[in-house]
Design a protein around this ligand. Structure first.
Ligand code: F6R
Length: 241
């Protein structure tokens, strides 16, 4: 794991964003692994800015998102598909048919999970996977548990995740299940970038970097990834030794 501590979320956005810009310059048809949530928003803004300045093109790129809420369709304003269109894809020249987000309303959800993994393989695997981290150490929606997950699957969200994300559901109708790429899928990415900002992430960051590798802190598995880069602001890094 390479840990890089920066001054601000804006600095993280530039550094993390530039990894994608460089990748797409070298390999325009790269397969990108993307995340939702508040943390990557500045990175997506930076990428949109780079696109507007002609520094990057998504014309031939392929993307796979980590997760989606069960029960929310693409048009639902709280769905992660909607989020990605809103925050990134509708502002750049990404081909719509190359955007992949798990289908949270698939009739056969088990098949959806298997098909999602197969499709990632079909495109040759993920080059760079962007991750945030939950206050409980989750990556994707891989919640703390007693075993590391493998491929894409359906998971129950923990109380802590529901607590963190329910602000986005003012009507109190937050789904309690999600479909997520598994730890095994994430670990297959050639490169992983995890970004975290703010005090609320400091405990999880300490456990991820300095704790033992354990499914009770799913992000700790990244200690075993051969190319994991962690970008933190000072608040997120504040409990590190
Ligand atoms: C989102 C995802 C989650 C978030 C995490 C942090 O696709 O996979 O693991 O990265 O919950 O969310 P924020 O950035 O909102 O703190």
């Amino acid at each position: 794991m390479r840990v890089i501590i920066l001054e601000s979320a804006a600095d993280i956005a530039v550094q993390a964003g530039n990894i994608f810009v460089e990748l797409l310059k070298e390999k325009p048809d790269a397969v990108l692994g993307l995340a939702t949530g508040a943390t990557p928003v500045p990175t997506y803004k930076y990428l949109i800015d780079c696109y507007n300045k002609g520094k990057v093109s998504f014309k031939d790129a392929v993307s796979f998102n980590l997760d989606e809420y069960i029960g929310l369709n693409k048009e639902h304003p709280n769905s992660y598909y909607f989020f990605m269109m809103d925050m990134l894809f509708s502002h750049v020249n990404m081909r719509k048919d190359m955007i992949h987000v798990p289908n949270g309303v698939a009739e056969d959800i088990e098949k959806e999970c298997r098909d999602y993994d197969a499709l990632i393989e079909q495109f040759g695997g993920i080059y760079v996977q962007l991750l945030g981290i939950g206050t409980n150490g989750h990556i994707g929606f891989n919640e703390p548990s007693d075993a590391f997950s493998e491929g894409t699957y359906v998971t129950d969200l923990t109380k802590s995740t529901i607590e963190s994300n329910k602000i986005y559901f003012p009507n109190g109708d937050m789904p309690t299940k999600a479909i997520t790429m598994g730890i095994g899928s994430i670990m297959k990415a050639k490169k992983v970038i995890l970004i975290a900002t703010g005090h609320s992430k400091a405990k999880a960051i300490k456990a991820m970097i300095e704790g033992e590798v354990t499914p009770s802190c799913p992000a700790s598995i990244l200690q075993k990834h051969s190319d994991a880069v962690i970008f933190l602001d000072r608040d997120a890094a504040s409990l590190l030794a």
